[in-house]
Design a protein around this ligand. Structure first.
Ligand code: 13P
Length: 335
């Protein structure tokens, strides 16, 4: 089984009325953590990574190791997805590495990082769709912009997705999945109080899903930022400010409204960091990183396994048909 496309996974999730977590990884033992959680809970799974955002010096090495790790979990349907590909060459690199799905984030200009026009977003996305679909690879696009903050002070502007534009965007690009900005942000600093409907626009998901019943909707910035994990991190030398994320019940509810892919990375990182910092503090004589890295991996496995149960994907690994998707034999030329 192993490698399947995002479309295959999300079609199955939609038909089965469940959601799929898309878990960000920045290190190969985080890949192991996510796949171990999938094995433990018998879940289909989406592993995703952002170009340049890993502990590795070179994407190509990390991406190759991800693909090899997938081969160790033959009983699990696994999507390997590029998260927030900024441009076509990056998406082509990921496809060349064997990823079965890419996101082209045309919502921001890849050079200026300013918000791109709708037309520029459509043009960039449609070009990646044409290339990727020719190789059987799924594509996610983004409409509106999701917020982000490095430190809680400087925030990237949030532009909510517009339902009319969503309909046009899907028609003009042919994307398999659409990330819709509904007020969430990436990272460890999200809402300044528990979010209500004026901050977290679940109604938008409902409106867009009614207009696009066959398109898969994606919720980004879905980490909950658990207060207990923040407390552990801060008790062991961290200084994460108080912040609120997307409540677990809202994520579960989103899957009933039309979301099939739920992106979260920061919660996994917090689970990892809490376990790692605790272990480092408990054994100050150790200079070998293996013990604390393994503790981080186990902490992350536990959190991801819990989320798989909440999203409803647990128990569905055995339901999938074999996938026709195959990794390309050779890297396509970059263009
Ligand atoms: P978090 O930053 O909330 O974990 O979201 C991750 C994400 O949306 C990646 O695309």
């Amino acid at each position: 089984m192993a490698l399947i496309t995002l479309k295959q996974a999300l079609d199955h999730a939609k038909a089965g009325g469940y959601g799929l977590g898309a878990f960000n990884v920045t290190d190969i033992t985080q890949v192991e953590a996510v796949l171990d959680a999938a094995r433990r809970t018998k879940s289909p799974v989406i592993v995703q990574t952002i170009a340049g955002a890993s502990a590795f010096g070179a994407d190509e090495l990390f991406w190759d190791l991800i693909m090899r790790t997938v081969d160790h979990y033959p009983e699990i349907p696994i999507v390997v997805h590029l998260d927030h590909g900024p441009d076509a060459p990056t998406c082509r690199r990921a496809i060349g590495a064997g990823f079965s799905s890419v996101m082209i984030d045309g919502s921001l200009d890849p050079v200026t990082h300013q918000i791109a026009s709708f037309e520029a977003n459509v043009e960039a996305t449609a070009a990646v769709v044409e290339y990727a679909h020719g190789l059987g690879v799924s594509v996610e696009g983004e409409l509106g912009t999701i917020g982000a903050s490095e430190d809680g002070s400087n925030r990237r502007e949030i532009v909510l997705a517009d339902p009319d534009q969503a309909v046009r965007f899907v028609a003009e690009t042919g994307v398999d999945a659409l990330a819709v900005a509904i007020g969430t942000s990436h990272g460890a600093y999200k809402f300044t109080r528990p979010p209500d409907g004026s901050m977290l626009h679940m109604d938008l998901i409902d409106q867009i899903a009614r207009r696009l019943p066959t398109t898969h909707l994606v919720m980004h910035g879905s980490s909950s930022l658990p207060a207990d994990l923040r407390a552990i991190i801060n008790a062991h030398g961290g200084a994460l400010p108080e912040s609120w994320g997307v409540p677990e019940d809202e994520k579960a509810r989103s899957t009933k409204l039309g979301v099939t892919k739920i992106n979260q990375g920061m919660d996994s990182h917090m689970a990892w960091m809490a376990a790692m910092r605790t272990t480092l503090d408990a054994d100050r004589l150790s200079a070998d990183p293996a013990g604390s890295i393994a503790a981080g991996r186990r902490g992350m496995t536990d959190l991801v396994a819990e989320r798989m149960a909440i999203f409803g994907q647990a128990g569905h690994a055995g339901d999938y048909e074999p996938s026709p998707f195959r990794r390309p034999a050779a890297m396509p030329l970059l263009g």
